[in-house]
Design a protein around this ligand. Structure first.
Ligand code: HEC
Length: 206
């Protein structure tokens, strides 16, 4: 089903989106429609951490698409785009936080949807901001993160969200609403992302 859209299509769409938004110039070298090209290039270019290496090599390229499908038992029934429209600002909450099985699926989805091409296989960053540190560009709460990934930076900003944190890279996050359409899938990815947090409970707001 939606998995067919991963890999090449995802990478192409994303990089096109980023390029047209006048984003990070290094990404524009990734004209080739091969998903593995950007994935492999990402960690080397930014190089904030080494975490990306392992995951970045494997993911979008080939095999993971086959592994990813196990995910997604039916839960929420809206698409990500519908949910963002339907929910009042500040009300979205991840039903899978702390659910290890969901987080495991989330990691596969993260790789299958080429997030690692920009954020690194372990979420540690690369040419785009790390998902593991204490800086959150628009906010760290579930509601903001779900909307950012669904809408992308431009639409999120159009909806009134402002950058408050500054990461090592300032560029647009591409919209995923046509790529990750199941809200459950996105929540699982976010659940996995939460497992990367190593900075204690004090600053958690999810
Ligand atoms: C084309 C590169 C690219 C891809 C692919 C990408 N992102 Fe991003 N992402 C970015 C950039 C650039 C930002 C910073 C956005 C800004 O400053 O407006 C960002 C920001 C984020 C943030 C907020 C980070 C923070 O520190 O506040 C999260 C969370 C995130 N992305 C998750 C994801 C997930 C999950 C995926 C896959 C579904 C993904 N991204 C795919 C480029 C990308």
């Amino acid at each position: 089903m939606y998995k067919k859209k991963t890999s090449d299509v995802v990478a192409f769409t994303l990089f096109a989106a980023l390029a047209s938004a006048g984003g990070i110039s290094a990404l524009q070298a990734a004209d080739e429609p091969k998903a593995d090209a950007p994935a492999a290039a990402a960690p080397a270019a930014g190089g904030e951490t080494k975490a990306p290496d392992a995951g970045a090599a494997a993911p979008a390229a080939t095999g993971d698409k086959a592994a990813a499908p196990a995910a997604a038992p039916a839960g929420g029934t809206m698409t990500t785009a519908e949910r963002v429209k339907a929910a009042e600002k500040g009300t979205l909450k991840n039903p899978y936080t702390g659910n290890a099985a969901a987080a495991e699926e989330g990691k596969k989805l993260y790789l299958a949807n080429s997030c690692n091409g920009c954020h690194g296989g372990g979420g540690g960053g690369g040419m785009c901001p790390p998902l593991t540190n204490q800086i959150w560009v628009y906010g760290s709460d579930d509601d903001t993160i779900f909307r950012l990934i669904t809408l992308g930076s431009k639409e999120l900003q159009a909806a009134g969200y402002k950058r408050k944190g500054s990461e090592n890279v300032v560029g647009p996050m591409p919209p995923y609403q046509d790529i990750i359409t199941k809200e459950d899938d996105l929540w699982k990815i976010i659940a996995w992302m939460r497992t990367l947090w190593t900075h204690g409970d004090a600053r958690k707001n999810w």
